[in-house]
Design a protein around this ligand. Structure first.
Ligand code: GAF
Length: 394
């Protein structure tokens, strides 16, 4: 069973008939380029094989019905919302994500009602973007039941980057999480076997080959199972700090500061802001360096950049946790080529680039380190870059 067939079956159970269609969207890991998106910078994510699927049919009463089933096949979440009266603050909890998407699409002229049933396997609260996968899958479902064919030729068909901006608006203005554009764009625009090099300022994208098998390496994802959320204060605080720094430096965004101009910029900033700026500026450069290596076919050489990124997030941006540091350090000590926390931080997941032959030893070493620290072992799995969001045939 795939998330798409699960969602279709769940829809059938809830509504007693098959859905009109199923649309799904993946979670993501960010290879490098953290907290650079809202500074107009560079990011380099890939889509996970894990997806959330949204089975949907139109309704003619302007309402949005949302539901999920638990493992026992009983309703886990369910709600019926009037799309016309949706407003920021009007829906709380899990339903705010699908409701926010319906709200933003209503403003774009897609006000039709729908029944939506969600299923999937993106780990939630793990920093792997399950909330964005949910929002993207629901957006495509609502657009789909309104007759919009993704990637179609009709002149008014919204593009994937456009849908990503709508999803960002729903998250910022409806859900109230001040996130950037990384996750939605990754979920909607990534392709199999590639990492997505996104210049957030220009919107330019490059699908960069990421031939893990050919290079004999794997990306190991280590979900520390420590809670992570963007609605908490730390994320917004960092964002406001970098925006204040950009103001003080007289630039539109920290993207405008280069490594060459960093020393001079740091000298003009108060003590609390300088490390934030150092992280963003050096992280943007690390993304560019990693992209250059990948373009040159040197995938196995990117490890030191992942390590440096982690140190920068730990010491300058201060968004790592002891659990993330332990995963990264123990993976490194056991022979990983490089490792870093991924995503917004304050919990969630880390990634390690590991030679195939070292994979078992690295996993064992990470588990042993957690055992010694009396921590619950992380959930670990390898992942290959997978396809972005789209309609599923079920
Ligand atoms: C979270 C946010 F949603 C992204 O926009 C991005 O800022 C990321 O944290 C950090 O790179 O995933």
């Amino acid at each position: 069973m795939s998330p798409a067939t699960d969602a279709a079956a769940a829809f059938h159970r809830v509504h007693g008939r098959p859905p009109a269609g199923v649309w799904s969207a993946p979670g993501r890991v960010n290879l490098i380029g953290e907290h650079t998106d809202y500074n107009d910078g560079f990011v380099l994510p890939f889509a996970l094989p894990h997806r959330l699927a949204s089975a949907a049919s139109p309704r003619d009463d302007g309402k949005l019905g949302v539901a999920t089933l638990g493992d026992d096949d009983q309703l886990q979440h369910s709600g019926l919302l009037d799309i016309a009266t949706l407003a920021p603050g009007s829906v709380e909890g899990w339903a705010a994500y699908p409701a926010g998407v319906a709200w933003v699409l209503r403003d774009q002229g897609y006000a039709g009602g729908a029944d939506v049933v969600i299923a999937g396997d993106v780990p939630s609260g793990a920093g792997l973007s399950s909330s964005h996968a949910l929002e993207c899958a629901v957006s495509l479902a609502l657009l789909g039941v309104a007759g919009v064919e993704l990637d179609g030729n009709a002149p008014d068909t919204p593009s994937r980057p456009q849908i990503a901006r709508w999803v960002q608006r729903s998250e910022n203005d409806f859900v109230g999480a001040p996130t950037g554009l990384l996750d939605q764009t990754a979920s909607l625009c990534c392709q199999g076997s590639r990492v997505l090099f996104l210049d957030v300022r220009s919107g330019e994208q490059e699908q960069v080959p990421f031939p893990l098998a050919e290079a004999g390496v794997r990306v190991l994802i280590m979900d520390t199972r420590t809670k992570h959320s963007h609605a908490g204060g730390g994320y917004g605080e960092r964002r406001r700090g970098t925006e204040r720094a950009a103001d003080l430096l007289g630039v539109k965004a920290l993207r405008d500061i280069t490594v060459a101009g960093l020393g001079e910029a740091l000298a003009r900033l108060p003590e609390d802001l300088a490390p934030l700026v150092r992280h963003v500026v050096t992280e943007n450069q690390r993304v560019l360096d990693v992209v250059s290596l990948l373009r040159a076919g040197k995938l196995a050489e990117i490890g030191p950049y992942l390590d440096a990124s982690h140190v920068s997030m730990r010491d300058d941006y201060r968004i790592s946790t002891p659990e993330l540091d332990l995963a990264v350090d123990s993976a490194r000590s056991a022979g990983a080529l490089g490792a870093r926390m991924t995503g917004g931080g304050f919990g969630g997941s880390a990634i390690a680039l590991v030679r195939e032959d070292d994979l078992a030893a690295v996993r064992t070493a990470v588990e042993a380190a957690y055992d010694r620290a009396h921590l619950r072992r992380p959930r670990m799995f390898t992942a290959v870059p997978s396809r972005g969001a789209g309609r599923d045939q079920v």
